[in-house]
Design a protein around this ligand. Structure first.
Ligand code: SAM
Length: 264
């Protein structure tokens, strides 16, 4: 059946394997548009779906959109024929992760998207490393958004928070209930604003973070001595005047960088 005829029943066309939960609450779309960073950059949208966000994005900026679902792609080509003809929209059909090498676009861009949740963390980490990506405004699962934005001592603070906050300012700008989508997801969502100040690149630093948070309830000291020489860790803790009883979530992002420098 033609997608245009089934638009009234989004649940019927949604493909679970592509993480399709279509945004139907126009007020949420409006708040996303209002929260967009004011920059001259092109917009990259991953997963335009039925075009509910895309139709507003092309009104304000030039957009490149990546859609894996060939049925939706055909629909978008038809719906946005004018925007495509006038180069306001470039549509790329296929899996974004397969086409994404070191840079997603060959010009600076801001990522604005209601992301497919099954690959959202992967996409954000790739965009943090991508020098062409300047900012992100992305809807993801709320619990995951909190891991990116958490401050030290908060329950969700972990390796993802430190990795992201080392190269960006991060905040949640909107909480979105399941009822804003069709079909409704089983989880709450949130819109995350990530303003990059640098590009993620230090793999060894991230390895250290993974060790630091391997067992979050254990002490940071114990987690680190599983990877590093005990005497080196002891010396680093003494230099930074850190208590051995500290849990990993109690350290700040800048303390993690100081610790890393001493462990090298
Ligand atoms: N933007 C639409 C909206 O807000 O209603 C749809 C969002 S829906 C949560 C996620 C979209 O990402 C779907 O259109 C899905 O087909 C697409 N998608 C899933 N995996 C993808 C991939 N690997 N590459 C490109 N698009 C993908």
């Amino acid at each position: 059946m033609d997608i245009l005829q089934t638009m009234q029943n989004r649940s019927a066309i949604a493909k679970k394997r592509f993480g399709q939960n279509f945004l139907r609450d126009e007020s949420v779309v409006a708040q996303i548009i209002q929260s967009m960073p004011l920059t001259p950059h092109r917009i990259a949208e991953i997963g335009p779906g039925l075009g509910d966000l895309t139709k507003y994005l092309v009104d304000v900026k030039s957009v490149t959109a990546f859609e894996v679902d060939t049925d939706l792609c055909k629909h978008l080509q038809h719906q946005f024929a004018d925007a495509i003809a006038t180069n306001k929209l470039t549509l790329r059909c296929g899996d974004v992760l397969e086409t994404w090498k070191s840079a997603l676009l060959d010009e600076p861009y801001d990522l604005v998207a209601n992301l497919p949740y099954y690959i959202a963390t992967n996409i954000i980490l790739k965009a943090l490393a991508d020098p062409a990506c300047k900012n992100m405004l992305v809807m993801i699962q709320r619990e995951v958004a909190e891991k990116f934005s958490a401050a030290p001592n908060e329950r969700a603070f972990g390796a993802l928070s430190v990795i992201t906050q080392s190269v960006a300012d991060v905040s949640i700008v909107l909480h979105v209930p399941p009822t804003a989508f069709e079909p409704a997801p089983k989880v709450d969502s949130a819109v995350l604003l990530i303003r990059k100040t640098a590009n993620r690149k230090d793999e060894e630093f991230e390895e250290m973070l993974r060790s630091a948070f391997t067992q979050p309830r254990k002490t940071l000291y114990k987690n680190l001595t599983a990877r590093y020489d005990g005497a080196v860790v002891t010396q680093a803790f003494e230099t930074l005047e850190l208590e051995r009883t500290l849990r990993p979530h109690q350290l700040s992002t800048s303390d993690f960088h100081r610790l890393y420098a001493l462990l090298q």
